[in-house]
Write a protein that binds this ligand. Structure first.
Ligand SMILES: Nc1ncnc2c1ncn2[C@@H]1O[C@H](COP(=O)(O)OP(=O)(O)OP(=O)(O)O)[C@@H](O)[C@H]1O
Length: 295
């Protein structure tokens, strides 16, 4: 399978939400990483045929997805950022209802709902009303509804938003498990959501891709060095002003800083391995200024 996003552009009045975006997906998890307003949701809505691009094309194995219509939607699963659910429905009834909307025969829907509730850990709460579920459980129901038609393409818009760290890890593992034999596009602004599970990461800024590749490739692409050093607390404001500081940790008498800089920032600074968070900060921090990521 090959999904091609070819030179996509989408404008809302004067705002260019997606700007000549191109990318190719063949298998595994693609992590769409960007700050708020980068254009992630707009891109995903186009991929789900909910929005038509003003310019550019999306093709699945060479066929325009907007021409494919129902046959494309049949193999698509989508978890929107704010997914609508019926608060008074039980989990099971809600999933059965969505199954009916997706055109599944009742016997097939019943079987799929059972399998997915088991897989997503919802079996114990199947009789509970949706409105009584915790944030994490609601998200599980969201992913279960997206998986009802056993989609080949799964689009997840910020699926871990609002989850606590434990739930976030569990959810990450679940997505990883579901990704076998599928293409998954997962958007987030949290680096750790995709750092361990994405086969490829797309860093998105101002509607376009600024960098793409595996975690390793992204780390290798860092044109600057990451340093750690200790400084007197009084020096911290000057260092923060002058450099990109990716971490500050206060000790009793001194402060440990992680600094991204071409040159050694202070005398006793030691170079360390860059993390994906450093790469993210390098490209997205305000000090990147001109949008090219160059200081
Ligand atoms: N329907 C719309 N009408 C007008 N402007 C819109 C519309 N949808 C999105 N935008 C604008 O397009 C830009 C990209 O928005 P989008 O929601 O795609 O970004 P995002 O990366 O998903 O952000 P977030 O992480 O906050 O959800 C923003 O400036 C947003 O205000």
């Amino acid at each position: 399978m090959e999904l091609n996003l070819n030179d996509l552009t989408k404008k809302f009045g004067p705002v260019t939400a997606v700007n000549h975006f191109s990318g190719k997906m063949t298998h595994g998890i693609y992590g769409l990483l960007g700050v708020n307003g980068a254009g992630k949701t707009t891109l995903m809505r186009m991929l789900c045929t909910l929005l038509e691009p003003d310019f550019g094309k999306i093709t699945l194995d060479g066929e325009d997805i907007f021409q494919m219509g129902g046959s494309y939607r049949k193999i698509l699963g989508y978890l929107p950022q704010d997914f609508g659910y019926y608060p008074d429905f039980t989990v099971k009834d809600y999933l059965m209802y969505i199954g009916a909307l997706k055109g599944l025969r009742p016997a097939v829907a019943k079987k799929r709902v059972g399998i997915l509730m088991e897989k997503t850990g919802l079996t114990k709460v199947s009789g509970k009303k949706m409105k009584k579920l915790s944030g994490g459980m609601k998200r599980r129901a969201g992913i279960a509804q997206a998986m009802l038609n056993d989609p080949k393409i799964l689009v997840l818009d910020e699926p871990t938003a609002g989850l606590d760290p434990n739930e976030r890890i569990r959810f990450r593992n679940l997505i990883s498990e579901l990704a076998a034999e599928r293409v998954v596009l997962l958007s987030t602004h949290i680096v750790s959501d995709v750092e361990y599970i994405a086969n490829e990461i797309w860093l998105m800024k101002d509607g376009g891709i600024v960098l793409e590749g595996t975690v390793r490739q992204l780390l290798m692409s860092m044109p600057e060095t990451v340093w750690t050093c200790f400084a007197d607390p009084a020096m911290v404001p000057m260092l923060v002003h002058k450099y990109k500081v990716s971490n500050i940790k206060s000790e009793p008498d001194q402060v440990e800083l992680k600094i991204i800089s071409q040159a050694k920032p202070v005398e006793d600074a030691v170079p360390v391995q860059a993390s994906l968070e450093d790469v993210f900060l390098y490209y997205f921090d305000e000090k990147a200024g001109d949008g090219s990521g160059l200081l």
